[in-house]
Design a protein around this ligand. Structure first.
Ligand code: AMP
Ligand code: ZN
Length: 139
């Protein structure tokens, strides 16, 4: 499994930097985010170092993501939150700061401080089909 000695999440996965651990197995680790957007904000990471999701072998992604439903339930029960956002940032432009794949589980409650700007657009005729075809061709 590839590691980057300069990567903070690799060092957490290796036990070299402490974390508030929630879950661990041979492929994945979940721990509390040190700068929570809400109390109980959890990060789920693969133990291997992959900078972005598109670079992950499907087996490594599956071994990590199998934990997501149970983690979502545990975070909601532990915090009593009414909802949960799962967020995964890829690339600096997408607000990725730590370049080791991670999924945020962010507890949500009415009136909380976490806001999305969600500028939903609209496709001109034919554009959605064209983009679906292009994307299919790249799978
Ligand atoms: P992102 O912007 O998606 O790359 O998010 C990186 C997240 O990692 C941020 O929410 C940080 O608060 C969190 N983080 C950075 N260092 C640590 C650490 N040592 N322990 C726990 N969380 C961390
Ligand atoms: Zn890493």
């Amino acid at each position: 499994m590839e590691q980057d000695p300069n990567c903070i999440f690799c060092r957490i996965a290796a036990g070299q930097i402490p974390c508030a651990k929630v879950l661990e197995d041979e492929a994945a680790l979940a721990f509390l985010d040190i700068g929570p957007l809400a109390e109980g904000h959890v990060l789920l990471i693969p133990k291997g170092h992959y900078q972005t999701l598109d670079r992950m072998p499907p087996e490594a992604a599956a071994a990590m993501l199998r934990h997501l439903p149970a983690l979502a339930k545990a975070v909601q029960t532990a915090t009593g939150c009414q909802g949960l956002n799962v967020l995964q940032n890829n690339g600096r432009v997408a607000h990725q700061v730590v370049m080791h794949v991670h999924f945020h589980l962010i507890p949500r409650n009415p009136g909380d401080e976490f806001h999305f700007n969600w500028p939903a657009g609209k496709y001109p005729p034919g554009r959605a089909e064209e983009l679906a075809r292009l994307t299919r061709q790249n799978l």
